[in-house]
Design a protein around this ligand. Sequence first.
Ligand SMILES: Nc1ncnc2c1ncn2[C@@H]1O[C@H](COP(=O)(O)OP(=O)(O)OP(=O)(O)O)[C@@H](O)[C@H]1O
Ligand SMILES: [Mg+2]
Length: 329
Amino acid sequence: MPAIEVRNLCRTYKVYRKREGLMASLKGLLHREFSEVHAVRDVSFTIDEGEMLAFLGPNGAGKTTTLKLLSGLIVPTSGTATVLGHVPWKREDAYRRRFSLVTGQKEQLWWDLPAQESFRLHKEIYRISGPDYDSRLEELTELLQVTDLMQQPVRELSLGERMRMELIAALLHRPDVLFLDEPTIGLDVVSQRRVQQFLRKYQAEQGITVILTSHYMKDVEALCDRAIVINKGNVIHDGALAEIVDRFSQHKIIELHFASGSEPNGIDRFGVVLEDRGPMIRLQIERQRVSEALSAILQQYDIEDISVSERPLEDVIAELFASDEEPAA
Ligand SMILES: Nc1ncnc2c1ncn2[C@@H]1O[C@H](COP(=O)(O)OP(=O)(O)OP(=O)(O)O)[C@@H](O)[C@H]1O
Ligand SMILES: [Mg+2]
């Protein structure tokens, strides 16, 4: 059974245009001019229970808006969505208890109090029983290695420590669906990895359904098999993460090890030299020219070893986002 179903979801924001000059401003009071921002244009997807899906897209693509819709924080302009059978923007109490939204940019913890105090508040809000609360808190603080930090005011915690506390706050009531909006933003590599490891373990153990947005492909690769890519409010890819490289990368990377004494003169006829280190050269070659180039290279040079690989997901995504044109779906 699908946990999340989204059909033709749209959300338009009206942005009022300010007019220049006094007369214009006065006119503006009478005739407000506005333009429309189509934050989410026509988004449809289905996510099964227990899936961990990456939701990717450049800045302003509509990721946060979609997660806000699914969390019931805003109402769509048109379209439908159900999460665990609930329409999020009806804001039913029964739904509130089944999901959590974690964002890297906005905190739900009280700044001046130890995290523990905020957790107690969550216990009351979600009416978590004493024994459940104690065992979950112990489990989560251990998994996230923050047991020693529980008494410290949140403002004294590092960004990474704070994010781990945010995750605890989000998970205390055992949601079945978790929306993670850039949970590792601004974290150093070690903290990022810690959060990744926690999420992987927790998700596997609890079987919860997760939507993750992140600009760090390392997060995405570590956690998700499937990705939805959106751009300008439209879904441009929905499928295996690995397919993104297949579908959107026009190039492959070829690593050549030249036999000693063999000179790589003129190798740049075949592609762009990415790296030139002694007997090893890395070339970027157009996908459809790879086999032709390989046989020519093997004929003309003395090659000891050769390997062909895909471009890293990170590069492909960066290029995909940089190109203004929407690739054919
Ligand atoms: N409250 C709002 N009022 C007007 N426009 C908004 C509002 N919220 C978002 N938008 C616009 O909607 C579009 C989508 O924004 P959204 O925050 O969903 O993008 P995003 O994919 O989360 O981007 P990022 O990667 O930068 O977080 C943007 O053009 C943004 O400026
Ligand atoms: Mg966002």
